[in-house]
Design a protein around this ligand. Structure first.
Ligand SMILES: [Ca+2]
Length: 316
């Protein structure tokens, strides 16, 4: 980004100025300092404000106090300090930042953007946001805002899984390093109006693999878990494979979770449907991992699996 001298000068006097600029200092002095390699403190006091993160809703991010005309980049990550090289020495208050969007500050130093959140956003996930501006010039940052993806229209669906039918994609599910999870355009009945989760193994050396999602639950409540699972056609009825379910509960989806009940189901034919009823959530726990485990009992070849119509439903 090019150096915007007029705007920088104007705002310098707005912030430092009002007639109280340090005696003897001028803009020329600041420029000299820059040439000497000193990173000047930014005059921009940027504030980030944002709404809640509810799948299916639209949320708005707004910054104020930015340098007019600057590109403002909204970062998303986890709480903590990091100093990305691109920011030229500026350290920010998020780690593992990824760029969520860019927006441009108007003449008043305000920028905003509205984002439609997909229904498939995983509930219970926490994210921290921070805006940066002046990148390539004198970078500056805003406060951070942290939100947990929660509530909204999903709460009216008895199935806690945001897209348990895999009608849209497989967002919200994470797999281990040797298992690739993709969205298949056809469901378990071959219907292209929905889809399914396709899990592809790429190793025969490791027998147990995991696919996990996490959701907020009520402590001391009971949940019924169910899922359809299929080995690929070539393996069906020939070799045998296990699909297991587990749940882990804990304070939230980011903390350490306690292993709970385990259900194993033998998959050796064309299809399998399994229910794991009455899964209890421990007292003080407010999150649950629903974990699918694939147990590969033949180490001579890797097998693909398809999963569909998963549900986690509360009951008394
Ligand atoms: Ca489906």
């Amino acid at each position: 980004m090019s150096f915007k001298a007029p705007a920088f000068v104007a705002a310098l006097f707005t912030v430092v100025g009002c007639g109280v600029a340090p005696e003897g200092k001028s803009v020329a002095d600041w420029n000299v300092s820059t040439e000497l390699g000193q990173v000047l403190p930014s005059p921009w006091q940027m504030t980030l404000d944002m709404g809640q993160l509810v799948p299916g809703d639209t949320t708005t991010f707004e910054v104020s106090g930015a340098n007019p005309g600057d590109t403002i980049t909204l970062l998303r990550g986890s709480p903590g300090t990091s100093c990305p090289g691109v920011l030229d020495g500026l350290c920010i208050d998020v780690t593992g930042p990824s760029v969520m969007l860019n927006m441009v500050a108007d003449d008043f130093g305000v920028a905003s953007a509205s984002v439609a959140l997909p229904l498939s956003l995983p509930l219970g996930i926490e994210a921290t946001f921070q805006a940066v501006g002046g990148v390539g010039d004198v970078a500056y940052s805003s406060n951070t805002e942290t939100r947990i993806i929660s509530g909204g229209a999903v709460a009216e669906d008895p199935n806690l899984l945001v897209d348990g039918g895999f009608d849209v994609d497989v967002a919200g599910w994470a797999s281990d390093a040797y298992l690739t999870v993709d969205w298949s355009g056809e469901d378990r009945l071959g219907d292209a109006s929905s889809g399914a989760m396709l899990a592809t193994l790429d190793t025969t050396d490791i027998m147990i693999h995991e696919i996990t999602t996490c959701m907020p639950v009520e402590e001391a409540a009971f949940y019924d878990l169910s899922l359809w699972g299929f080995p690929e056609a070539e393996a069906s009825g020939v070799l045998y494979w296990n699909i297991g379910y587990e749940f882990f509960s804990g304070a939230d989806c980011t903390g350490s979770l306690t292993r709970g009940d385990v259900g194993w189901y033998h998959v050796g034919r064309d299809w399998a449907y399994h229910e794991l009823p009455d899964v209890p959530v421990e007292a003080d726990a407010q999150a649950m991992n629903f974990r699918i485990r694939v147990w590969q009992k033949d180490t001579t070849r890797a097998v693909d699996f398809t999963f569909d119509d998963a549900s986690v439903i509360a009951h008394d």
